[in-house]
Design a protein around this ligand. Structure first.
Ligand code: ATP
Ligand code: MG
Length: 356
């Protein structure tokens, strides 16, 4: 079916087919933890935590800094009706060896693997999945908290893959996935958080946002869909909104799936070359790719502005699917463990089991 998960392809019959390992592990370190600390500074190996704007909520999985290619060509007219192509120079930056157009970009190295091997990472992810299934049941039984997982990233960064590979062992009754697409006319007629608030998981549930309210400061900004003053003011609105959720028992984990421009191209190529993956490809994806540098800037600023202690961002190196899954799996399991969930006691009194 696809290879967006941990590097395993699943064929039409559901049999697992081994996908070639795209690259070997680099760097050393103990891998990402939910609240990693970075001993070697922002660009060193090992677990990393980067305080976001003093808020302490921007966390980066381990990695060595690496420039992500960018080009300054404008996009062809896109679905948003903005932008015109200046040329065909889509991949000029990456062909030139990852040259940079400058400006802020998502920190960290998308290729990082935290010193893990693929085999060990996949084994650990399997264990995390089993633990997650147990913790999800406890979350439901306990009923005091909800868990909200926000997945953001460029096209083909693996948002669907995380859902499929990290959460596949969980009881489907306990998880709701919500994919945020272009707002419908009804949604556009409301404030930008209206549709989001309705999708927030109730206590006992895990909610996964595949894209989210962050699109309203990303795609909306890149395509100039609202004036700058409007999208900029949304940083504060989002922080307040997430604060409200956190105070209401919603634990929020936000993951920025960080892929390189080169890896995105490889994934697009695979989608184009394999008929079974054509459905995953949209010409819009190529048009959005033309805006790579602008998205990098938008992501970088958003990560700084919206990293808070109650709703931290984790930047996940996502060129290696197996490492991406491991980082997210660890963080999700750790967050649930921290809740100290327990099964409720058998109720006594009128109406309790065994009475009447
Ligand atoms: P897939 O991996 O299947 O392509 P996707 O999340 O890219 O998943 P699409 O249907 O291809 O899904 O695209 C949804 C599009 O909707 C994205 O390009 C996203 O930027 C856009 N979108 C989401 N929220 C908003 C928003 N608030 N305003 C404008 N566009 C939005
Ligand atoms: Mg898409």
């Amino acid at each position: 079916m696809d290879v967006d998960g941990d590097g395993d392809a699943v064929d039409a019959e559901g049999a697992m087919v081994q996908e070639p390992d795209p690259a070997s592990a680099v760097g050393a370190g103990e891998g990402a933890s939910p609240a990693p600390r970075e001993p070697g500074g922002p660009d060193g190996g090992g677990a990393a935590a980067v305080d976001g704007g003093g808020a302490g909520g921007l966390r980066r999985a381990p990695g060595k800094a690496r420039r992500v290619s960018a080009e300054d060509g404008e996009a062809p007219a896109d679905r948003h009706g903005r932008g015109r192509a200046r040329g065909e120079g889509d991949d000029a930056g990456e062909r030139a060896g990852g040259g940079s157009a400058g400006g802020p970009r998502i920190p960290g190295d998308p290729r990082d693997t935290g010193g893990e091997t693929k085999e060990a990472a996949k084994a650990e992810t399997g264990r995390l999945r089993r633990r997650l299934a147990v913790l999800q049941e406890k979350l439901y039984a306990d009923g005091r908290y909800a868990l909200l997982i926000v997945l953001q990233g460029m096209d083909a960064s693996g948002k669907d893959g995380v859902v499929r590979h990290v959460f596949r062992g969980v009881n489907p009754q306990g998880v709701r996935v919500h994919s945020f697409k272009q707002p419908t006319p009804r949604e556009s007629a409301q404030d930008f958080l209206w549709r989001v608030h309705q999708a927030v998981p109730p206590k006992g549930m895990i909610g996964i946002f595949n894209r989210s309210h962050y699109e309203d400061v990303l795609v909306v900004r890149v395509h100039g869909l609202v004036p700058e003053g409007v999208w900029r003011s949304r940083y504060a609105r989002i922080n307040d909104f997430e604060h409200l959720l956190a105070e209401s028992g919603v634990r929020i984990l936000k993951f920025c799936l960080h892929i390189s421009k080169e890896e995105q191209r490889r994934r697009f190529d695979r989608r184009l070359l394999d008929a079974r993956r054509h459905w995953k490809f949209s010409p819009d994806d190529l048009r959005e790719r033309q805006h790579w540098a602008e998205y990098q800037r938008a992501y970088a600023e958003m990560l700084e502005a919206c990293a808070t202690p109650h709703a931290p961002w984790t930047i996940v190196p996502a060129d290696h699917k197996w490492y991406r899954n491991l980082v997210v799996g660890r963080a999700v399991v750790a967050a649930l463990e921290e809740m100290r969930l327990h099964y409720p006691q058998l109720r006594s009194g009128p109406g309790a089991a065994g009475e009447g």
